[in-house]
Every structure is written in C-alpha cells, then in structure tokens.
Design a protein around this ligand. Structure first.
Ligand code: AMP
Ligand code: MN
Ligand code: MN
Length: 319
C-alpha cells in the first residue's frame, strides 16, 4: 500500500476521537488544511475536533467551519492528523496525547516520524496533499465546503501563484478545485482585498524601518509599539515580508516581529539563492528553501545582527 492508501484506510477504520491540528500562528495553508479535512470527514460522522492554538485571522473567517475550530485539545485522541506542521511542537501544545499520528506536510525540515506520513517538499501547499488523500477517500464528497479552504491554502502558500517548487502540481490542483463549485475570484478578493485601514497604518510604520544591507538583504522591523499604536496584532502583518523581498536585486527579505519581552519572530523569504530552511533550522526554526521562520530571544540589535550576519555569510559562500 502506498502512503495515501495507508492513511485513507487508517482514517476510515477509526471510530474513536480524531483531532485535526496544525501550527500556531496559523496561515492560510494551516487553516485551509484543517478545515478542508474537517469539512470532508464530517460527512462520514466521525468524532472530530479541529484545533488551532491561535485565533483564525479575520481574513480567513469566511471559510466554512472556521467558527467550529477549538483553541485547546481534548485529553486524548485515538488518531491525530497533523497538517502543515513538521513536528508536534509546532502546534504550540506540549500536552497532546494520542494513539496514532498521521502527518501530511510539505516542509523541508521535520521530526516525529510516523508510519502514517504523507510528505512531499515539492508540494506547493499542504492543502494539495490533503486533496490527494481526500480524492482517494471519496471524490464525490469533495464539495464546495471542502474545496474552498483547500483552494485558500494553495492560493496563499503560493503567494497568489507566484511561488512554487512545482507549478504543475499547483495548477492541476487549482484546476481540480475550481471545478468543485468554488468562486476563485471571490476567494482571492476576500483574502487579498479586505485589509483594514489600521493594517496600512501598521505597514507605513514598518516600511519606515526598511533597510537594505549590502544590496543583498532587505529587512523590516515590527516593534510592539507599532501594534499598540495602530490597534493591530502580528497576524495583521503576515504578508509584510513581501515588501523587503520585493526590493530589486535583494536575494533575501526578512521581517523581525517583536513577539514578547526580548523575544522575536523572524520570517525569511528568498529568491532561490540560499537554503533558508537550513539556516532557520540552525536557530531551531524551519520551513522551506525560500520561506522559513524561526524564533529568537534577545534585544532588537542582537537579533537583527545575528540573523543578518548568518545570511550574509551564506550569500557570500554561494556558488
Ligand atoms: P513564516 O515566516 O512564519 O510565515 O513561516 C515561513 C515558513 O516557515 C512556514 O512554512 C512555516 O511553517 C515555517 N516556520 C516558521 N516558523 C517556524 C519555526 N519556528 N519552526 C519551524 N518552521 C517554521
Ligand atoms: Mn503554514
Ligand atoms: Mn504550508
């Protein structure tokens, strides 16, 4: 049996409690994977908990099922489906108890090997891998409520079909999903064209920090006071790392977000020059070659200079 068939059988056989979970600070792919799987399995009267540690950002709340997502897990799951998260710690919960684990993911890095793994780092989004599972499970049950979150994950993880290791995978999944009664234009509009005015005020403050280093790296800094001044939070700045990356000639764009006292979230985006997942992993983070993340303790200057010097070193040693 291949990976997909084994996972389908394992889910079909489960009569107990199933948890469907993804990473904290959920992005469109995390939310889309959980909701696509949840809305599909609901049709089979399974005992299900969709779980995300942090709140779903308002831009994704239109997705069907989003108001049913729980913010904490039950004591025990007979089966836990871990989606778009390379290991259990990415869920943000340290007390998860479960029988079997199914892992469906497209990250380069990861641990928690499971005998029910469906992993493909070329996949443009985890929702595309979830779609493979669901197609094998029951094609006719891939209704609009299932297709819409899956498409949203694909749309956002590819940055609106701009980034992908394998565009044919992205386009063929998009073509399939577009035939399931979804309105692709409306989904794009709801996700990309509905920003609140405060988000632009936050962006203005962030862009004042935009700095280019040796014509190779550009970064922005989101300080806690910016969020306070504009009535926003870090989930409102998920897409801002595109700005430093958009600077001409820059190979790596970085966003530093102050997430607590002496605590920073760092988002890395690249243009295929260096492996950012490898660099992020050195600091306990992970991700993909061109999109990775990590968290770091320290004051602003130390965190910024530590990350910059590591990436400059990588860029200088590239062939
Ligand atoms: P972000 O910059 O937070 O949007 O994350 C970029 C990519 O790196 C996403 O695919 C994340 O899932 C992954 N990632 C971000 N932070 C971490 C982390 N601390 N550990 C592992 N992977 C991460
Ligand atoms: Mn994700
Ligand atoms: Mn993803």
């Amino acid at each position: 049996m291949n990976d997909v068939a084994r996972i389908v059988k394992r889910i079909k056989d489960e009569d107990g409690r199933i948890g469907i979970i993804s990473h904290f600070d959920p992005d469109g792919d995390a939310i889309g994977s959980v909701l696509g799987m949840y809305n599909f399995l609901k049709k089979f009267k399974k005992n299900l908990d969709p779980i995300l540690k942090d709140e779903i950002p308002y831009l994704f709340k239109f997705l069907p099922g989003s108001d049913e997502v729980k913010s904490s897990p039950a004591e025990y799951y007979d089966l836990l489906l871990l989606l778009d998260a390379s290991d259990i710690t990415r869920t943000g919960f340290d007390n998860l108890k479960f029988g079997d684990l199914v892992r469906i993911d497209h990250h380069k890095t990861g641990t928690n090997y499971s005998s029910f793994d469906y992993l493909n780092e070329n996949a443009p989004s985890t929702t595309v891998l979830v779609l493979d599972i669901l197609r094998s499970y029951s094609e006719k049950d891939i209704t609009r409520e299932v297709a819409e979150p899956l498409y949203a994950g694909l749309l956002t993880d590819t940055g609106g079909f701009r980034y992908s290791r394998d565009f044919s995978m992205a386009f063929s999944a998009a073509l399939y999903l577009s035939g399931k009664g979804i309105d692709c234009q409306e989904i794009a509009q709801k996700i990309f064209l509905r920003k609140k005015l405060q988000v632009f005020k936050l962006l203005a403050l962030a862009l004042e920090t935009l700095t280019v280093v040796e014509d190779r790296i550009a970064y922005i800094v989101l300080r806690k006071e910016f969020f306070e001044a504009t009535g926003t939070d870090s989930s409102d700045s998920q897409s801002f790392v595109t700005y430093p990356l958009s600077v001409d000639d820059v190979a790596v764009g970085i966003k530093f977000t102050e997430a607590g006292d002496n605590f920073w979230k760092v988002s890395l985006r690249g243009k295929n020059r260096v492996d950012l997942a490898e660099i992020a992993e050195e600091f306990g983070g992970g991700g993909h070659k061109n999109a990775a993340g990590l968290r770091m303790e320290g004051d602003e200057n130390t965190v910024v200079s530590t990350v910059l010097s590591r990436i400059l070193k990588a860029l200088k040693s590239e062939k």
